[in-house]
Write a protein that binds this ligand. Structure first.
Ligand code: ZN
Length: 342
């Protein structure tokens, strides 16, 4: 065969192979996206059957970025929109999203704000065709097989402290769960501890409250949730000093893998209901001991080894066999090398 033709065939075959790998973009799994929208919160959830949830939408001036992200990830509608509380860095981007995409359900707290932005948010919600749920009780929502979410509500009146009104949502995918607490602060965290058992709060992933501020993520709350992964959404060099060193130290002392949008940009976690993984490395890989990497996770790594590295968190839920030490060290060595070039 003519060498030139052979080269073209090799290039086409390689491209197809790569496209195949890239296409295995884990759409068959549940994905949780921490969208980098600067100093604010916005989290997208896509279920295996394509149901979408958007928890908060960041500041209004970042909404172009948010909408571009949603379009890039083929989001054509929002099935559940959650406005955790009426502050601008949470509801700002939701207004343009509602104008751009059909929204089926809106969930919001029974807390109002006097800002013009909040008024505009309310008007847009009322004009939309969405079902509106103002949270006044705990509730459970089944989305599809193995995927549901719970709204955890204590019924306590927080007056003008809008952060503490944040809607608390626990997303459950089979054995895995994700806890979203908006900007909830320490007092309301204590109230959750008084109303719900540690089992009702425990989650593999914690969306760290209030952008990692020292007002939230108290030690008793962390002890109850026992997360393996923490998601912190904030902008680089923000004027609030988020996230606080105190919170970072608390999470690291608990061996939690931390993903920060200021350092990593947007982050995607995947779940198959038994495990959670990411193609991105956490910012603090080293505190996790090699002794915590289990064989169950190893099989997952190999599954996805074709194109990407996978960072699968160690779990306690299932009794699994330890990887023999030399193999564990080799895996860790590879992760550390990859991390250096990531
Ligand atoms: Zn906030």
């Amino acid at each position: 065969m003519n060498p030139c033709r052979k080269l073209i065939i090799i290039i086409i075959a390689t491209s197809l192979l790569l496209a195949g790998c890239l296409h295995s973009s884990d759409d068959s799994h549940l994905s949780v996206h921490m969208i980098d929208i600067g100093q604010g919160d916005s989290f997208l959830i896509k279920t295996p059957e394509g149901i979408t949830m958007l928890i908060d939408g960041g500041l209004p001036q970042e909404s172009d970025q948010l909408i571009a992200y949603l379009k890039r990830h083929h989001v054509n509608q929002i099935d559940y929109m959650i406005a955790t509380h009426p502050h601008a860095d949470h509801i700002g981007g939701l207004i343009p999203v509602m104008k751009e995409l059909p929204v089926h359900h809106v969930i919001m707290p029974a807390a109002a704000h006097t800002s013009l932005l909040y008024e505009s948010f309310l008007e847009t919600v009322l004009e939309s065709q969405a079902d509106i749920q103002v949270v006044q009780a705990s509730s459970q929502h089944s989305i599809e097989r193995d995927v549901s979410f719970e709204i955890l509500y204590t019924g306590i009146y927080y007056g003008s402290n809008l952060n503490d009104w944040s809607v608390v949502l626990r997303l459950i995918h089979d054995e895995m769960s994700f806890l979203f607490t908006g900007d909830l602060e320490s007092g309301a965290e204590m109230d959750l501890l008084n109303y719900f058992s540690p089992e009702q709060l425990s989650s593999e992933v914690l969306k760290v409250g209030h952008h990692g501020s020292s007002t939230s993520t108290t030690q008793p709350f962390l002890n109850a949730v026992q997360p393996k992964i923490a998601l912190i959404s904030c902008s680089i060099d923000n004027p609030y000093g988020h996230p606080s060193d105190q919170v970072i130290h608390r999470l690291e002392a608990a061996g939690v893998w931390i993903y920060r949008s200021d350092l990593k940009g947007s982050v995607i976690l995947y779940s198959d209901g038994e495990k959670i993984w990411s193609h991105q490395a956490p910012v603090n890989l080293s505190p996790v001991s090699s002794a915590d990497i289990f064989t169950k996770r190893l099989s997952l790594r190999i599954d996805h080894f074709r194109c990407f590295s996978v960072y699968a968190v160690p779990f306690q839920k299932q009794a699994v066999q330890m990887v023999p030490a030399p193999l564990t060290n080799a895996i860790l060595h590879f992760i550390l090398i990859h991390q250096r070039f990531h």
